[in-house]
Design a protein around this ligand. Structure first.
Ligand SMILES: *Cc1c(COP(=O)(O)O)cnc(C)c1O
Length: 347
């Protein structure tokens, strides 16, 4: 195997410490065995509890925001602008981070009146956005969210504010997940395990940071990203953010899109629409380990592990770390879908 250690863990920590950063989360998050699921699926399974990052119901974006809000504060900005789908976990965590450090937060949320969880209903993450004091604006599902964020930034500038826009490429998220990878290396050592796979729900920055760490340390761990959306073609953007984060840290590491393991096979019909396998995985995790997943992201990602175990692609020889990236507040926006899955009738 031609794996070459490029840098040490201490060197990576040192480089990260040079970056603007604000502490927002309870880190490190726990890495725990999933004994009952391991037994049931015939795979050595562990879970990295990034749903427990601690800020307003937690999630992976707390790690991204430590670096982006750090930069916003360094630049003297007074309002942070973000945007995504209406049940965005990123937007909820952005609103919470802003509240914690005393910045204003303005959000652009894409709504879709055709899809139950994407209607403008103050439930799940959207309810929390309001509760956390964000300035919430809506656009239609067919509008460009990035353009809308820039328009909102312009509106704030015209009122004399200095906005910080969170926009792709989200290099801060890459840095945040390099931190997670370094936590995992230390925790794996403590537990005496050698992971073969890291599996998680992936859009871009989370996987980029993990991949950067694996590559920089020369680890033989496969990072497998599972898409929440069938039309995501993220290998390019993951390689791009990995390389931009490496550049930011002055690391000689570079990756190409063909080195990125990314699957859309578990995304189903559309982003935000639950899949039957995802719902099965969600119930399995809840009833076997007492851990809650969400229908949009983590259930689809865990469904990939279940399917790979059943197909024999993952076996007792494999040590798999599932990263729970959060998203659980969205459960309440999926109440109608969950009621159906659980066979509960109204009233
Ligand atoms: C945003 C999100 C992801 C994807 O994270 P990226 O950093 O965008 O790749 C996965 N799971 C949950 C619950 C999320 O909110």
């Amino acid at each position: 195997m031609s794996v070459h250690t490029v840098v040490t863990e201490a060197d990576l920590w040192e480089r990260l410490s040079q970056q603007p950063r604000v502490s927002l989360g309870f880190l490190p998050t726990p890495l725990e065995p999933l004994p009952r699921l391991s037994e049931m699926l015939g795979v050595q399974l562990f879970i990295k509890r990034d749903d427990l990052t601690g800020l307003a119901f937690g999630g992976n974006k707390v790690r991204h925001l430590e670096f982006s809000i750090g930069q916003a504060l360094q630049e003297g900005c007074d309002v942070v602008i973000n945007g995504a789908a209406i049940q965005s976990n990123y937007c909820r965590q952005t609103a919470a981070a802003c509240a914690k450090v005393g910045l204003k937060c303005a959000l652009v949320l894409r709504q879709d009146s055709r899809i139950e969880p994407y209607k403008v209903e103050p439930q799940g993450n959207l309810l929390l956005d309001y509760l956390l004091g964000a300035d919430v604006r809506f656009i239609n599902f067919d509008e460009d969210v990035n353009a809308a964020k820039e328009r909102l930034a312009e509106e704030y500038r015209a009122k004399g504010h200095k906005p910080f826009v969170i926009r792709p490429p989200d290099v801060a998220g890459g840095l945040g997940y390099l931190v997670c990878l370094l936590e995992l290396v230390a925790q794996a050592r403590e537990l005496g395990i050698t992971p073969t796979h890291i599996v998680h729900s992936s859009s871009t920055p989370t996987q980029a940071g993990l991949l950067l760490g694996v590559k920089a340390l020369g680890l033989d761990w496969q990072v497998l990203g599972i898409a929440p959306s069938p039309n995501a073609n993220a290998t390019e953007s993951i390689a791009q953010v990995t390389n931009l984060a490496a550049e930011r840290l002055g690391l000689p590491v570079r990756v190409t899109p063909d080195e990125v393991h990314f699957s859309t096979a578990f995304a189903g019909e559309s982003y935000g629409i639950p899949t039957p396998e995802g719902m099965e995985a969600l119930l399995l995790m809840a009833r076997t380990e007492g851990i809650l997943l969400d229908p949009s992201y983590t259930a689809k990602a865990f469904a990939a592990i279940v399917a790979m175990a059943r197909k024999g692609e993952l076996t007792k020889e494999h040590t798999v770390i599932f990263i729970h990236t959060g998203g659980t507040p969205a459960l309440f926006a999926y109440q109608p879908a969950l009621v159906k899955v659980l066979g509960l009738s109204e009233g």
